[in-house]
Ligand binder design. Structure first.
Ligand code: ADP
Ligand code: MG
Length: 277
């Protein structure tokens, strides 16, 4: 498929137009509006987020970035006063449709939060936690098979060499950078289609930020990643496409290189030049 062989250079030259084919849209939001009580936080959001790419989501504080991500894995609805209109599909399936099981949605859509949130159990048990709940073929699997899965996931996030001799240590004793990598690792055995990351580097120092960004690049192609960031440099370095939001609306969605160099909208230009917070 085209999008898997597209390089950043192709995107920056504008070779790739937004595909209409829903098969290569990992996430499609159609006329999505969301209210917290009387307060409207999202207004008619229409987005097609392409499979296998890293898409960054930027915009000033309070513009609805977290609200959008939380709508994609249906966390918002835990709040009784949230109302949603419109629809979201993941790989063409309406996740708000009748008969859709929340557990299936959560399996397909992994989420990483601002502060790493490992469970206060061992590194090994953290990596296998989601898998033990709803991984494929987990029943009757030997300890060795599960160890292999844990190793594969930890290798994938470039953490194996650092932790292989202390898999029984509590995950909460790891550094923040290691904890965040672990929180990404524990999604992998569940085989999600999409990984949503809400400012995953905001609690990390510059070295940790760089390490986690590198990891996110490694995962591109295998996963569709949507990453919220306040860090313009990170959005520029670490994404293929970029969405700019303002006051609950999508203002612009473009190849990252194009959005930062020749934005179509005045508001986007103002934001990337630092004219609002
Ligand atoms: N649980 C909530 N209850 C009421 N209002 C909320 C809630 N969460 C967010 N909001 C409001 O919705 C708007 C969008 O918030 P949010 O999605 O967190 O923005 P961002 O992640 O872009 O900073 C803000 O005005 C915020 O105050
Ligand atoms: Mg937020």
């Amino acid at each position: 498929m085209l999008q898997n062989t597209t390089t950043l250079a192709d995107l920056s030259e504008g070779v790739l137009d937004a595909p209409q084919d829903s098969e290569i849209n990992a996430i499609s939001a159609v006329d999505l509006s969301l209210w917290y009580g009387d307060f409207q936080a999202l207004f008619d959001v229409n987005l097609n987020i392409k499979k296998g790419l890293i898409t960054s989501l930027i915009g000033p504080s309070g513009c609805g970035k977290t609200t959008f991500l939380r709508s994609v894995n249906r966390i918002n609805e835990r709040l009784g006063y949230v109302r949603i209109d419109g629809s979201i599909s993941v790989l063409g399936h309406d996740i708000y449709g009748e008969g859709v099981e929340l557990i299936q949605v959560r399996k397909q859509i992994g989420m990483v939060f601002q502060r790493p949130n490992p469970l206060p159990i061992s590194i090994r048990d953290n990596v296998l936690f989601g898998f033990n709940l709803h991984g494929e073929n987990r029943k009757g699997m030997s300890k060795q098979d599960k160890d292999d899965i844990a190793e594969m996931a930890l290798r994938k996030v470039l953490l194996w060499d650092e932790v292989k001799d202390r898999l029984d240590q509590k995950a909460t004793e790891l550094s923040l950078e290691e904890q965040q990598k672990l929180c990404i690792a524990r999604l992998i055995p569940v085989k999600p289609v999409v990984m949503l990351m809400d400012e995953p580097c905001s609690a990390l120092d510059p070295k940790g930020t760089e390490a986690v960004e590198e990891l996110i690049w490694e995962l591109a192609g295998d996963y569709t990643i949507v990453i919220v960031t306040h860090n313009m440099a990170q959005a520029r370095r670490a994404s293929h496409e970029c969405i700019f939001m303002l006051m609950g609306k999508v203002i612009e969605h473009e190849a990252t290189a194009r959005l930062f160099v020749t934005p179509d909208k005045r508001e986007t230009a103002d934001y990337i030049e630092g004219r609002y917070g």
